[in-house]
Design a protein around this ligand. Sequence first.
Ligand SMILES: NC(=O)C1=CN([C@@H]2O[C@H](COP(=O)(O)OP(=O)(O)OC[C@H]3O[C@@H](n4cnc5c(N)ncnc54)[C@H](O)[C@@H]3O)[C@@H](O)[C@H]2O)C=CC1
Ligand SMILES: O=C(O)[C@@H]1CCC=N1
Length: 261
Amino acid sequence: MKIAVIGAGAMGGAMAEGFVHSGRFLPSDITVSAPHESTLERFAALGIRTTTDNRHAAEGADVVIVAVKPWLVENVISGIKPMLDYSTQTVVSVAAGVSGDRLTAMLAKEDGSRPETFIAIPNIAISVGCSMTFIVAVNGDATATENIEDMFNSVGSSLIVDEHLLGAGTALASCGIAYAMRYVRAASEGGVELGFKAGAARDIVLQTVKGAVALLQANGNHPEAEIDKVTTPGGLTIRGLNEMERAGFTNAVIRGLVGSK
Ligand SMILES: NC(=O)C1=CN([C@@H]2O[C@H](COP(=O)(O)OP(=O)(O)OC[C@H]3O[C@@H](n4cnc5c(N)ncnc54)[C@H](O)[C@@H]3O)[C@@H](O)[C@H]2O)C=CC1
Ligand SMILES: O=C(O)[C@@H]1CCC=N1
């Protein structure tokens, strides 16, 4: 499968790296485009094809991924639309907040034809094969949907959702990875106050979070069931948890998620 990634910023770049590192795609099957050569050098070093011409990138690709800022999507699509072959090429937009209806309108040709069209919202961990990606089949038959699902499953997990859940998924996973990292930062700073050097505190927190994720994934328990095993009655953990809740921990997380939807 040949993939064109238009826009080589934080997300487009992470996707291109993830696809290559997945081993599922040859670097030469991926083309990345960006307005400036300097942005493209690190992709060329991985053996990825690069170009400053979006039309050139899209030419011959089975899947064209539009990974520019939401307000640039229309311009990019109108630039590549004349040479897209809707009988063979699938278009995927990763732009947050650009609806399926808007994409359909942008992509429609004068003869009324439209391509297999998807919205996919990954998170930045796609670069290391650990994305949580939400996929909306805006106009996708079963085969095309399976292909897009397979593509994103090669770089993490994916979930097909109705479009009305996309904002929630974006908040929880795509924005959510930043929130998880903010916990890591906060806990690391706490570790320094408790006496560890910054690097050691960070490593300790990362291993601790990794352990929490591994445990919950292995046994499928509700987090509170595992928390119960840690909180000795009258012990240390419950004092810490109660201090965190007094400072609004759970409320702050929920407010952040709802605020970013
Ligand atoms: N950063 C993230 O974690 C996530 C981002 N997204 C979506 O991904 C899209 C891109 O976001 P980021 O990568 O964060 O932004 P970014 O600003 O890092 O990257 C956008 C890239 O597009 C390039 N670009 C601008 N005009 C272009 C054009 N005409 N042709 C080709 N490339 C062009 C820019 O040079 C830039 O490198 C957005 O629509 C965003 O909503 C979705 C999920 C997560
Ligand atoms: O903050 C944003 O708007 C983008 C979409 C999800 C993650 N980053």
